[in-house]
Design a protein around this ligand. Structure first.
Ligand code: UD1
Ligand code: CA
Length: 452
């Protein structure tokens, strides 16, 4: 597989059936756009050059492509005249390239790099074109792979152009094709539009190369891998397939999932060995969990780093910038955002910890709030190592609490607290001996007078 590879990704479709203001290929699966998934696949499959074909006015798609793959070239297909026309739009990239050419659809996001590897291996075996096919449960509108008695690929027939006999074929075209041609543009330019749809079909390339005496090969994969997304229902189906695979990979890597089907992972979730994940946990993008950590039921994590041995939840929310050290405990109804918690620090109940830092072994009492926002700016709260913050404390940022300091419960802390000091902010307790007894007696007399 030493020949350089140019991958052309088709993304010009409007995706009308998504019923969305957002271009189809920007809809996400596991936190990453479909286009992002396909660009990642092209990279994993060893592409040396990438071209993305978008529709007119799809600036968002262009930006997403360049953000995910800065070296990619974006081409605009002015009118959607068919898949062959779409590939020809990337003419400049194809002309400048010597090597193999692969075509992927940006709305077909579940193909694996292993399958692409098989397609390239088919080129290595001497095929001029290799097509990714699958046995369709319902062949419907898919192109049919027409083979001869020896199983060699003769043609791809679009459903609208197929004979009744051809429509019986269940082996269908996924749309993914790889070419090993000296003159790919000559083949592409030879494709016309004399067919039922009046479109330029990329699939016509098969008959053209065969007429030149070259071989066309087929690689067959599971139907799940080539699911195309055209509507929201298929988007959810693709998400489900992706999640099933990712859970399987996590478990194979040593993660314990008590109820795998209730755990939602992101494309980039990193889970260490012996991580335990209880039911109903959601991972947004950019989460890393260290070995042996436990994520308890009903927790929501995004942009967070959880250290080894840490315990999160149940019902915890870790937002971007939450960095939990080793053995940190974050308990129920605690929200952590942009706060680093040192090793062994604890916040077990009902707190908002936003913008700041918490030293190792510090203890944050129930109901502690970092008051980080004054309506205009965000400010930091810094808690020193081993400090003890009493329950129901409001820390009005910017503020620092020194190492080992104590904060009395119910305090509103507006000034820095020195190390090892006690800070207390509440009025003195007033106590009246016997008051309750006298009050009850007076009330009993009043009640008796009314009912008399
Ligand atoms: C295509 C295949 C069909 C295959 C099916 C698999 C052709 C002629 N047919 O049919 O054999 O079974 O995919 O799903 O290739 N696109 C553009 N510009 C265009 C036309 C299409 O960018 O002018 C993009 C679309 O956005 C889409 C992809 O190419 O991502 C496929 O196009 P689509 O029109 O959906 O092709 P099908 O008719 O489904
Ligand atoms: Ca399609």
């Amino acid at each position: 597989m030493s020949r350089p590879l140019l991958t052309v990704i088709l993304a010009a479709g409007k995706g009308t059936r998504m019923r969305s203001a957002r271009p189809k290929v920007l809809h996400r699966i596991a936190g990453r756009s479909m286009l992002g998934h396909v660009l990642a696949l092209a990279g994993e499959a060893g592409s040396d050059r990438l071209a993305v074909v978008v529709g007119p006015g799809m600036d968002g798609v262009r930006e997403e492509a360049l953000a995910a793959a800065p070296g990619a070239t974006v081409f605009v297909q002015e009118a959607q005249l068919g898949t062959a026309d779409a590939v020809r739009t990337a003419r400049a990239a194809i002309a400048a390239h010597t090597g193999d050419l692969m075509v992927l659809f940006a709305d077909t996001p579940l193909i694996t790099a292993a399958t692409i590897g098989k397609l390239r291996a088919e080129l290595d075996r001497g095929a001029a074109v290799a097509v990714l096919g699958f046995e369709a449960r319902e062949p419907g509108s898919y192109g049919r792979l027409v083979t001869d008695r020896d199983g060699a690929l003769v043609a791809i027939r679009e459903a609208k152009d197929a004979s009744p006999a051809e429509l019986q074929i269940r082996l269908c075209n996924s749309g993914v094709m790889a070419f090993r041609l000296d003159q790919p543009l000559a083949v592409l330019d030879g494709i016309g539009n004399a067919n039922a749809k009046g479109e330029f079909y990329l699939t016509d390339a098969i008959e053209i190369v065969r007429a030149e005496g070259c071989r066309a090969g087929v690689v067959v994969c599971e139907e799940d891998e080539v699911l195309g997304v055209n509507a929201k229902g298929e988007l959810a189906q693709a998400e489900a397939i992706w999640q099933r695979r990712a859970r399987g990979r996590a478990m194979a890597g040593g993660v314990t999932l008590i109820a795998p089907e209730t755990v939602w992972l992101s494309f980039d979730t990193v889970l260490g060995e012996d991580v335990l994940i209880e039911p109903n946990v959601f991972f947004g993008p950019r989460v890393t969990v260290g070995d042996g950590a436990e994520i308890k039921a009903n927790s929501y994590l995004e942009g967070a780093r959880v250290g080894p041995g840490a315990r999160v939840g149940p019902f915890a929310r870790l937002r971007p910038g939450a960095v939990l050290g080793r053995d940190v405990h974050v308990g129920n109804f605690v929200e952590v955002k942009n706060v680093a918690m040192g090793d062994g620090a604890k916040a077990n109940h009902l707190s908002y910890l936003g913008d700041g830092s918490i030293g190792a072994k510090a203890n944050i009492g129930a109901g502690t709030i970092f008051c980080n926002y004054d309506g205009f700016f965000k400010h930091k709260t810094e808690i020193g190592e081993g400090a003890f913050v009493g329950s129901n404390t409001a820390l009005v940022a910017p503020v620092k609490v020194g190492a080992g300091a104590y904060i009395g419960s119910g305090s509103v802390i507006t000034r820095d607290v020195a190390a090892d000091a006690l800070a207390l902010e509440r009025s003195a307790q007033d106590e009246r001996p016997g008051w309750a007894q006298k009050f009850r007696a007076a009330m009993a007399r009043r009640k008796a007078a009314r009912t008399a």
